[in-house]
Design a protein around this ligand. Sequence first.
Ligand SMILES: C=C1C[C@]23C[C@H]1CC[C@H]2[C@]1(C)CCC[C@@](C)(C(=O)O)[C@H]1[C@@H]3C(=O)O
Ligand SMILES: O=C(O)CCC(=O)C(=O)O
Ligand SMILES: [Fe+2]
Length: 384
Amino acid sequence: MSISVLMESSPSPVLLRPSIEARDETGVLFDPSKLQNQSTLPTEFMWPRGDLVHTQQEELNEPLIDLEGFIKGDEKATAHAVELLRTACSKHGFFQVTNHGVDSNLIQAAYQEIDVVFKLPLDKKLSFRRKPGGFSGYSVAHADRFSSKLPWKETFSFGYRGLDSDASVVHYFRSALGKDFEHTGWIYQKYCESMRELSLVIFDLLAISLGIDRHHYREFFEDGNSIMRCNYYPPCNNSGLTLGTGPHCDPTSLTILHQDQVGGLEVFADNKWHAVQPRPDALVVNLGDTFMALCNGRYKSCLHRAVVNKERERRSLVYFVCPKEDKVVRPPQDLMSRSGETREYPDFTWSDLLDFTQNHYRADVATLQSFFPWLLSSNPTSNF
Ligand SMILES: C=C1C[C@]23C[C@H]1CC[C@H]2[C@]1(C)CCC[C@@](C)(C(=O)O)[C@H]1[C@@H]3C(=O)O
Ligand SMILES: O=C(O)CCC(=O)C(=O)O
Ligand SMILES: [Fe+2]
């Protein structure tokens, strides 16, 4: 089968276009296995110079936060972790955690299953591709959504319902991929459960660091529905001209990411891009736009991107924590009343922001700035 990127008559770098069926005659699609052998880069994958600016050699002086003491209730270790977290979140919204309680065998198993999924024949992968407007499923370079600045990656995403008593991830794999994928489903079910548990620990630490009720964010997110995404970045002959994932802040609340040993994740801090060295024992944590709104901008949504590699394929496992769709996102009363701060952002729901990023706007460095005028114009009675 020959698949290449869908073309359209008037390419638009930012706006979404209506999704088009994979083999529409108006365009061409990409077959990822053929693409990586091409010597020239299709123009759809070229990124502007400004987005490709080089990485600093100096590593980011990011904190590595050991969670063991906090999880065990050790006061001194907690105070130390809180201090590191507060500084990092105020500066760039990025840190790594070790002794996080997620079984390293489970992480390894999740990588094996990534390979099971991405090595499937393309027509099988397309049978569970992302449906227009949704976020679950397989995607090649998001070529059905965008026409330029395509990311050099294949992705596979699915939802995870917290408080999940009916193994929704396993159900998804069984219904979308088939019953042969039940084992894969169970690995990701367990992976998401572990990530959820860890996210609640991190929310406790974030609340302590902001001086509010320790369980405030845990309670807010306990019934949330999160998104799990597996990223596969094929090697690229023209790695200097494209990006695996362009510069962006995650619109979600908290992102817990594991990258393989190839490396490629970069974080923007002190006005430069910094490579994040892969650490098999660590999980990368990014704050997203929704958390920034939940703490009235005290902490930053982390600006990051992923570069691609000339020789080696790369994988990452990303768990995006989201509130329950209809919950109102607003900073806690005790944060606001104590400081006398004014509100930085209007109220919104995750369902609105998700709709915005899946149907109206491609998430980037300025999603929130673009979201609020859109939200207010579609809902003029909003309370801001
Ligand atoms: C709600 C989401 C939209 C994206 C997946 C999750 C959180 C991160 C977003 C994303 C990764 C930011 C960069 C652009 C994007 C289109 C991508 O490259 O995948 C974004 C995701 C998406 O809209 O699918
Ligand atoms: O693959 C990576 O390291 C980064 C991916 C990412 O930022 C994302 O999926 O939102
Ligand atoms: Fe991201």
